[in-house]
Write a protein that binds this ligand. Structure first.
Ligand code: HDD
Length: 754
């Protein structure tokens, strides 16, 4: 019987394939003959109870008690998508081993077709991002102004937060100069609340209708699709200099806020003014702020550029590593509150204008809750890529205002998800699913995963007994605040107050420290020098002249162009010290300290310093000439970076190990201090010297103990320079270094002026 014969051949083939030693040595795909081919699974594979639908895994992993999955597959046997077991997934079904592939090979088609469709459109903006799960705990401090249940005292609400850059594609570098997105999904008992903000409190445009313009200008040029993830090009500067309401946001981007050290060290802002409503129906206008417990810190520009090449995933890695190591980042949610007056202004500032801030000195930020990020996503695509935020996801107690930027956003987010996530059922994706009961009458559509029952998904009905019924204010309904709408003619116009484009940029500039101003001047000079069109540069200088003469003059010098005079009278606002991110001391949790050793140095000290860094909640990385372990005394120290793989950008501080004190009995240790500078210079690896000089240039703390200081001197770094510590003992060096680190960077290292 030919059928049985063919079946026998298949069985034979399967047996052949698994028979040890059945490979043709050297043939493509053949396994090394030394590896024994198991005929049965080599050990019990992790159990996979069954193929569950997506709802098994709640949006927050821990929520449902399902541990984060660490294995790609659970079951014992590979199957098709339909559950049929497979005996081969490496060869297409062919008419003989050398014959053509048969159309009937369903497994081949299923595997390739699924692969062909693995990608979804990336976000049109904010495509590059990283996210984490966490929990939000209300302080109860907002109870007087909002009835939102999740803001009540000690209420814990699961959250999912996605950070992002704006301009770059999904695979672009993290450390480019750009605004960062800070979007939070609160899975409250009353429905999902999304706070979709940025790390900059103002926006480029005052009306959503301009959004395609600003994004087209910022994205790569449409002819060659370059530059990637950059604002340093003609179209961006063309737009923001013609469209001067972008001046304030552009200035923030050119400040240190545009190059954050870490997502964990950024403020977040809701940008718009929102309207809160309490249980009595009284309303308050608010602006939302996220305040990071670790302080607000940035890279320096050269560091950011090197990082983009050395580790394009720097921020993504930093967030995931910190969470995995238990250094859970935290932010306090705060609100600035304003009376809900008819004119919607506060101290003369138009609260509906998203290019304006209200200085914290005029309206302090009142903390109302604490966000802690405590778990990494277990699957990037399912969670980080598919999460869909939308400003219209509101809960009772929080409402919108007439800010025209906010109003347009209310349309855009829902709309974009339909293209991005392939239809209207994206709220059913696990990460988007609300934790509140859903009882809607939305039906069918692409990717419908619910199996709705009944025949009456409409209202009114009698067939379902009229159910479901509507809620009222006393039964948790979301009721829009009945704000009166002034009677007015339909116009395409903005209020007159929206015409002030320069007073607040000037406020920001005047609030900066000299170091921060230097960085701003350097950023404008860099970006504008990357433009080709002189007209664009000249127009940019005109804009800068309307912010500040000194700023304009310094950038003009860098561009080799004359500095123009201002075209508007310069305002003299009161500076707002809260806008500066320098000064103060901050926790050092999760900071990375590179410990450099030539391998023949004080291993006892290296070991002790490593332990102390860990105990202080920071990350020690031992850097040595080669990988493997350093072992002088039977207690090996693992090397995490070699001189070839270590680059200064990875470390917040660098500590150089010295040789043991003379007479110490460590095999191979240098027992006498090298006196001759030339000999020292010759002995210090140039990559260590680069590490030191870069860290020094980037304002990072540097430390050394014993003759570890030789490397500093050879690199031209004076042991008594600001932000440099040299001590006899490792413990003393580390303690002083940690003190420096708490201030983030040694800005006093640099002379004032450029
Ligand atoms: Fe937006 C994504 C923040 C104005 C249209 N926006 C997006 C994300 C953030 C912001 C953080 C990424 C969300 C995520 O991680 O998935 N956007 C802002 C802020 C704005 C702003 C703070 C001004 C205050 N956005 C804005 C306007 C429009 C959009 C005016 C359109 C009229 N934004 C979108 C979008 C995106 C988006 C096209 C792309 C992907 C997505 O929504 O889900 O709809």
């Amino acid at each position: 019987n030919p059928v049985t014969a063919a079946a026998d051949k298949v069985v034979e083939k399967v047996q052949d394939a698994v028979r040890p030693g059945n490979e043709i040595p050297g043939a493509p795909g053949s396994r090394p003959p030394t590896v024994e081919e198991p005929t049965t699974p080599s050990g019990p594979l992790p159990p996979k109870p069954d193929q569950r639908g997506p709802d098994t895994y709640g949006p927050t992993g821990q929520e449902t008690g399902v541990p984060q999955k660490k294995v790609a597959q659970g079951g014992e046997r590979l199957t098709t998508a339909q559950g049929a077991r497979l005996y081969d997934t490496d060869h297409s079904l062919k008419a003989g081993p050398r014959g053509p592939v048969l159309l009937q090979d369903h497994h081949l088609r299923e595997k390739i077709t699924h692969f062909d469709h693995e990608r979804i459109p990336e976000r049109v903006v904010h495509a590059r991002g990283a996210a984490a799960h966490g929990v939000f705990q209300g302080y109860g401090a907002a109870e007087g102004i909002s009835k939102a249940a999740f803001l009540a005292k000690d209420v814990e609400t699961p959250v999912f937060v996605r950070f992002s850059t704006v301009l770059g594609s999904r695979g672009s570098a993290d450390t480019v100069r750009d605004t960062r997105g800070f979007a939070t999904k609160f899975y409250t008992t009353e429905g999902v609340f999304d706070l979709v903000g940025n790390n900059i409190p103002v926006f480029f445009i005052q009306d959503a209708i301009k959004f395609p313009d600003v994004i087209h200008a910022g994205k790569p040029h449409p002819d060659r699709e370059i530059p990637q993830a950059q604002s340093a090009h003609d179209t961006f500067w063309d737009f923001v200099t013609l469209h001067t309401e972008a001046t304030h946001h552009t200035l923030w981007n050119m400040s240190d806020r545009g190059i954050p050290r870490s997502y964990r060290m950024m403020e977040g802002f809701g940008v718009h003014t929102f309207r809160l409503v309490n249980a009595e129906g009284a309303t308050t206008l608010v602006k939302f702020h996220w305040k990071p417990k670790l302080g607000v810190h940035s890279q320096v520009w050269e560091e950011a550029q090197i990082t983009a090449g050395m580790d394009p995933d720097f921020h993504r890695r930093d967030l995931a590593d910190a969470i995995e190591s238990g250094a859970h980042p935290q932010w306090e949610l705060g609100v600035q509150t304003f009376p809900d007056t008819e004119d919607q202004t506060f101290e003369g500032i138009d609260l509906l204008d998203p290019t304006k801030i209200v200085p914290e000195e005029l309206a302090p930020v009142r903390p109302i809750g604490l966000l802690t990020l405590n778990a990494n996503p277990s699957n990037y695509f399912a969670e980080t890529e598919q999460v869909a935020f939308h400003l219209g996801n509101l809960v009772p107690g929080i409402d919108v205002t007439n800010d025209p930027l906010l109003q347009g956003r209310l349309f855009s987010y829902l709309d974009t998800q339909i293209t991005r996530l392939g239809g209207p059922n994206f709220p059913q994706l696990p990460v988007n699913r609300t934790h509140a009961p859903v009882n809607d009458m939305l039906r069918d559509g692409m990717h419908q995963t619910a199996v709705h029952s009944g025949v009456a998904p409409y209202r009114p009905n009698s067939l379902d007994g009229g159910c479901p019924f509507l809620a009222g204010a006393d039964t948790g309904a979301y009721i829009e605040v009945p704000v009166p709408v002034p009677s007015a003619a339909k116009v395409r116009e903005a209020p007159v107050s929206f015409d002030d484009h320069f007073s607040q940029p000037r406020l920001f500039w005047l609030s900066m420290t000299p170091t921060e101003r230097e960085h701003i001047v350097a950023a404008y000079t860099f970006e504008l020098n990357k433009c080709y069109e002189t007209a664009v540069k000249e127009r940019a200088l005109l804009v800068l002249a309307n912010i500040d003469g000194e700023l304009c003059a310094q950038v003009a010098t860098g561009l080799g162009l004359p500095a123009p005079a201002p075209t508007v009278p310069l305002a003299e606002p009161q500076p707002s010290p809260a806008l500066s991110q320098l000064g103060g001391s901050w926790p050092t949790d999760g900071r990375v300290i590179g410990i450099v050793t030539a391998g023949d140095q004080d291993l006892t000290g290296v070991r002790a310093v490593r332990r102390a860094v860990l105990d202080a909640g920071m990350v020690p990385l031992v850097i040595a000439p080669t990988g493997g372990k350093l072992d002088q005394d039977g207690e090996p120290v693992t090397v995490q970076r070699t001189f070839a793989t270590a680059r200064s950008t990875e470390f917040d501080a660098v500590l150089l190990a010295g040789a043991p004190a003379p007479g110490a009995d460590a095999s191979g240790a240098r027992d006498a201090k090298v006196e001759d500078d030339t000999a020292v210079a010759a002995g210090i690896d140039p990559r260590v010297l680069l590490l030191i000089t870069e860290a020094y240039r980037h304002g990072k703390a540097l430390g050394a103990w014993a003759d570890g200081a030789d490397a500093l001197r050879t690199a031209g770094v004076a042991p008594d320079a600001p932000g440099v510590v040299v001590a006899d003992e490792p413990a003393a060096a580390l303690s002083a270094l940690t003190g420096l680190l708490a201030r983030h960077r040694a800005w006093d290292r640099f002379e004032p002026g450029l």
